[in-house]
Design a protein. Sequence first.
Lengths: 749, 152
Amino acid sequence: MTTKLEMDRRQFVVSTAIVGGGMAFGLAVSPDAAAQQVNRQPWLPPTEGGIDISPWIVIGGDNSVTIRVNQSEMGQHVFTSNAMMICEELECDWSTVRAVYADANRHFRENRVYGRMATNASASVREGRVIYQAAGASVRERLRMAAAQEWNVPVADIEAKKSILTHRPTGRTLTYGQVAARAVAIKLDKEPEIKTADKFTLIGSRVQPLDIELKAFGQATFGIDVRLPNMLYAAIRQAPYGGKLKSFDFDAIKSRAGVHSAVPMEGIAEFGGIAVVADSWWRAKTALEVMPIEWDPGPNAKLGSKDIFDAFKKKLGEEGPGVVNDGDFAAAIRAAAKTVEGDYEASYQSHSRMEPLNCTAQVTANRVDVWLGTQGPDGNVTSAANLTKVPMENVYVHNCFLGGGFGGRGGSGEVEQAVTIAKTLNGRPVKMLWSREEDTRHENRYHPGGMARFRAGLAADGTPTALLIRRAHDVYNSPTNLPGMKAPAVANSIRGLHLLPYGIANYRLESHDVKSFVPTGSWRATGTGYTIFFLESMIDEMAHAAGKDPLAYRRQLINAARADQFEDATAKADWLRALDMVEKMSDWGKPLPKGTGRGVAMFDRRAIPPRGITVTAVVAQVTVTKAGQIVLDRFDFVHDFGQAIINPNAVERQIRAQIPWTIGAAMNQEITFSNGRVVEGNFDDYPMFRMSDMPKEINIAFMKSNRWIAGAGEELVPPLAPAFCNAIFAATGKRIRSLPVRNHDLSWA
Amino acid sequence: MFTLRVNGKAHNVDVELDTPLLWVLRDTIGLTGTKYGCGVSECGCCTVHINGQAKRSCVTPAGSVVGAEVTTIEGLVENRSHPVLSAWIEEGVPQCGYCQPGQIMAVTALLNRKPKPTDADIDRDITNICRCGTYAEIRKAIHRASALIAKG
Ligand code: FES
Ligand code: FES
């Protein structure tokens, strides 16, 4: 496999040089563990002491800078990117920078000082940048003033650079560490302006993640790795959805070696069930497996996938609430020269994070401690406090490294369950761990399945004049009503369809919410993971019906769109630019052998309410063997760079890594239900994308634009699946209208 | 009670002989670098070396490795300049990092057997799952490690 970065300076920005004060990428392994820049236990600072100069920044006597990060580390390298945003303004020496999690307990004690602690929606940089830059700039000014006081000179004469304060006229210097204590007392009359992108010296450089060694050496403490003196272990089984625990027979297992107790988990809503506690997790798990348990299966005991999808299908046959109603679809479709229609379907998905969900808890009369990798430590404080009646200021969440997040980690019942078990243990800590099977079968936040019907009318020249999209879908557990929409709708189920980037005069979007018994929640890219699969496949079908090249057809439709169909002033032009770029870099139009095809798709995030965009375009190239085996040949990505990207290394890795995530799901993954339960249990029946599935070639081009991009961790999930399926169509003539692809016979003669 | 040799040290452990080695390493001996991902030999997170061969410890009964030399990631990183570790850092492979100890153990075993693996060898041999999707970086790091080994 090769990864090629485009270097055309006219349109593309890709920096391969190491610039600014960044630690050289590829620097040798540091010789000793003491140089650790993030503690193995990331809730603890790498070094004790120092001057707490701001809630975000500690300056050490050794002139080091420790930055408190209010986001969770789950593979996106927030310890590094968020620290870079402070370092940029603080003008400190990057090689002295360390990072630690911000403390959710302090957050509550100090009037929610860390703002948004939840890590989701690609927001770490988008919502954090200005806050982090401002925090760094503020402390830099206080340090300059402290030096001015020290020397009794005008502050304007003090320069701050690389953690050193220099009095320009005399060349005298002080380190940050030397003046930090004085700076603590300094208050600024006015907060300084933050830098604009053209002034950045560190942001945009390819720095090595601060925690890369910990992760490579197996020294990062994930929730599952927490070990405490006198700790017990718990294995659990959760009640069927809508059901509850009826009885269990602890006597049957209590004489097994190491078994401590069985704890019914009740009063924690859908997270309830039964736990077995033992002196090792293996003993707890094996005892749980043989303990007789009776469940009240509840009202869903007979329901399965067929019932769920039959309900969607039924609704597809009924006119739904018109969420969008531009022009007159009914009249336009009657007048159309040609119509195209079809029903699409997307399966339920599990997060299947590599580290199964877990939480360690210790509950005493007036203090609660929990250890876990969580995307929402502040929310965990609240739930632990509620469950124990211990005041929030005495609840401590020790956030660990997360073995994958992808939406909702920490909020799937782990804390409620571990605390419920710990409450019965007289102050002894307990590590509760879900087995892989529990994690797959009962994860409490599945990516919801759903369907979409489309009906399009084309004029004689192939121009689309009418489009109806009717959704029937399971809903996210936390529905968001769209402001300004005529009928109530669930944003995640229609996001991306509510405002097309294409000019189609008569467009109607209908949406049926069909709530099933399945608990659902955020999955990488949320609802757009399927809405854009539907939309971008439908556009492809329309292009095919029109006898047009699908890439050229998109260009025509974007050109025909109104400016207000895009979120910002340059977005329409950027869509067109991205399309041109991806056309060129993918060799679009160049003939391919039979059985090989290219597919294109685009997206810009289309958030509701608007909160910034990231324009992306993808071309996938696949070969389908005569036997119907799919080989991924090549992916070409155009990705919005905006004004700046904090750490291009991290972003390029996120871009490449969205292939395994998305194509793995589109190709092979499907959570199904039978008798009210999830059928799949492990990676044998919920298969994962592996090394041998990787494409031979991945090309990434960044597109510079005027905006700050919305994010980079999930923006390609939506266009990847349709680009892939459109490529399958180009290769075989077989249109994939339902995922996963493995359910289709792709063989050809 | 029986004795296991792990990273060159003897450990007396008091567990059932059929307890998977993974849990003895993690919970009894306290070496948590070896991870649990599936428990059924699908993911490779739990990969360790038994007498130099890569083995998935979640399906290896502890009693079956009495007398054998077990090496975990903790043993491997005693040599901080191991070429595979250097390559891993230089390529910046890990995202969340959870699967990485298992990947590294699988790769070192492969390189011990085959110092210059082809892409096809890698596809065949490195079947560990990385949910974060770091496969492109893993492949590059394997080739880099192979080059480092060749340089000596
Ligand atoms: S935990 Fe052993 S192979 Fe997955
Ligand atoms: S780095 Fe996260 S699972 Fe591999």
